[in-house]
Design a protein around this ligand. Structure first.
Ligand code: HEM
Length: 115
């Protein structure tokens, strides 16, 4: 059974552009992770200040393995650099996301359009 892992990023209005820029320039490594089944980066359009990174995995173990991998570290290099950049003249005044929360779900039903 597939699992859905959602990273919910709270982003202040003035940081939205920066977060979108980082994702536009993302590493593109997750595509090669074992058990990866897809992801979507969702921009909030009404009343919600959280961007959602919705990822789908073959199993919980595949997701855990990815979060412990070098690919995950590289895939978050910009976010990490930004967080460590205070006082060194880099970055734009703090991490792009004010906070992040991980939500986990199991897929218990899904459907595709009829051909
Ligand atoms: C403190 C936690 C996290 C923060 C602040 C964060 C933020 C970010 C940012 C800003 C990027 C753009 C690339 C970069 O800046 O280097 C990114 C990439 C990404 N994040 Fe996160 N993230 C976090 C944890 C997670 C978790 C737990 C997941 C899984 C649901 C996830 C899924 C992804 C994916 C799939 C990418 C694209 C990586 C690639 O292209 O290989 N993130 N994240």
């Amino acid at each position: 059974m597939s699992v859905i892992k959602i990273n919910a990023l709270t982003v202040r209005a003035e940081m939205r552009e920066e977060v979108e820029r980082r994702f536009a320039g993302r590493a593109g490594l997750v595509e090669s992770a074992e058990g990866f089944e897809g992801f979507q980066f969702l921009r909030p359009v009404e009343g919600i200040d959280r961007y959602l990174v919705v990822t789908q995995w073959r199993s919980e173990e595949d997701f855990q393995r990815w979060t412990e991998s070098q690919a995950f570290k590289h895939g978050h290099a910009q976010a990490a650099k930004e967080a460590n950049a205070h006082g060194h003249g880099h970055g734009h005044g703090g991490p792009a996301a004010a906070s992040a929360e991980l939500w986990s779900f199991e897929v218990i039903q899904s459907a595709e359009p009829k051909a």
